[in-house]
Design a protein around this ligand. Structure first.
Ligand code: PLP
Length: 407
């Protein structure tokens, strides 16, 4: 292919981005990179440049890239990739049991498998409707997904407005505000089906709910006969050091959603219902999925969980997270979050420019807002890799300032 006199490889970055623009619906804008392969925490682009992946596909690539456990599980699953839900498989049953165990859920708990986070939320919404009530309380700044039920619980007006009207009986309350939650529960009264909360709001920029707030949510929903649903699609699967972020609080929800890191990049999600009464709300025929719970996704998820345990990756998440939390710079207001779910809050509106400058310096990070840089690296990341980013931080910030014209 020849452009302006020079030869461009049809597989190089520029050519692939041109082909992307001609072939994909543009909901994601222009991709920042064309990635061709990865190893460990390093990914390589179509022009052969390496980047330290501090985003992990937004908290998805638990084991990084090309991990032997992932490769082995994928190969093993090739024998029986899919069966319909007329049948089950050892991988499906074992994964459901394992998740119930990891979530410390009581006897009589159950799992419904999906292919994504938003579908896990859809299942939770349908579960909540089986209470016979309709109103759901969700939090301001919450992100629960893009399918229309989950979108109704997602706070950002710009995401919801083009698709209105969505589910109507949704009440948003300020996050981690006990009085606002108390007031809303009282106002909704007998129609309250569920309170849905992220124990750590990820897309909003990594904001943690206090243990007291989660306990209050438990007390109010129990007293009001409503379900308490924790959305751990981003914060779950060991990323915060606990298997699920809410576990630090000792609060047991009625339902828990997970996805992202569960199978390290193979699409899967799950709704976990706690105890027989909640599990019994959904009966045969009331919900379903063609791909959800297939042996490919379940087998890989089991391998990911085994590897997190065998390699001590929850402890690594805590240790590497502390390394990030220690990042200190005059332009950093705070480093929020737990384990390897982190946000660096900048004093100035430099986050988008920081992302670009970081990429030029060989690091992949993401901005959740004008002042917030999010870091969700693979749980296998090493101390030296985190240190390389911490060391590069001041020069990346300087480059971001120059790019923003503030030099
Ligand atoms: N819930 C939370 C907390 C999330 O972070 C996300 C995705 O970012 C979702 C739900 C939606 O998940 P998915 O993109 O897999 O549909």
């Amino acid at each position: 292919m020849t452009t302006g006199g020079s030869t461009v490889s049809p597989q190089g970055t520029d050519a692939l981005l041109a082909r992307y623009a001609g072939a994909l619906i543009p909901v994601f804008g222009t991709p920042q990179l064309v990635l061709t392969h990865g190893k460990g925490c390093v990914v390589t682009d179509a022009d052969g440049r390496d980047y330290l992946d501090l985003l992990a596909g937004i908290a998805v690539n638990t084991l990084g890239h090309g991990h032997p456990a992932l490769a082995g599980a994928l190969a093993a699953a090739a024998d029986l990739v899919h069966v319909s839900n007329f049948f089950t498989t050892p991988a499906q049953v074992s994964l459901a049991e394992r998740l119930i165990d990891l979530a410390e859920a009581p006897a009589g708990s159950g799992v419904f498998f999906t292919n994504s986070g938003t579908e896990a939320i859809e299942a939770a919404v349908k579960l909540s409707r089986r209470t016979g009530r309709r109103t759901i309380i969700a939090a301001e700044r919450a992100f629960h997904g893009r399918s229309t039920g989950a979108l109704a619980l997602t706070h950002k007006e710009a995401y919801r407005e083009p698709f209105a009207p969505l589910l109507e009986r949704v009440v948003f309350v300020p996050f981690d505000d006990p009085d606002a939650l108390r007031g809303a529960v009282t106002d909704v009264g007998d129609d309250l089906a569920a309170v849905v909360l992220e124990p750590i709001q990820g897309e909003a920029g990594v904001h943690e709910a206090s243990a007291d707030y989660l306990r209050l949510a438990r007390e109010l929903t129990t007293a009001g006969g409503a379900l308490l649903v924790f959305d751990e699609i981003q914060s779950g699967m060991g990323r915060t050091g606990d298997w699920f972020a809410h576990q630090f609080s000792g609060v047991q929800p009625d339902a828990l959603t997970m996805a992202k890191g569960l199978a390290g990049g193979v699409p899967i999600g799950a709704l976990l219902t706690f105890g027989p009464a909640v599990t019994g709300l959904l009966t045969a025929g009331q919900h379903g999925s063609t791909f959800g719970g297939n042996p490919l996704a379940c087998g890989v998820a089991l391998a990911v969980i085994d590897t997190v345990e065998r390699e001590g990756l929850r402890d690594n998440a805590i240790a590497r997270g502390e390394q990030l939390a220690a990042l200190s710079h005059p332009a950093v207001v705070e480093v929020r979050g737990r384990g390897l779910l982190r946000a660096v809050e900048l004093a100035d509106e430099l986050a988008p420019a920081f992302v670009t400058a970081a990429r030029a310096a060989g690091f992949i990070v993401n901005a959740t807002g004008p002042t917030t840089v999010r870091l969700t690296p693979p749980l296998v990341i090493g101390a030296a890799e985190i240190a390389s980013f911490v060391d590069a931080f001041p020069s990346i910030l300087d480059a971001a300032r120059v790019a923003n014209g503030a030099a």
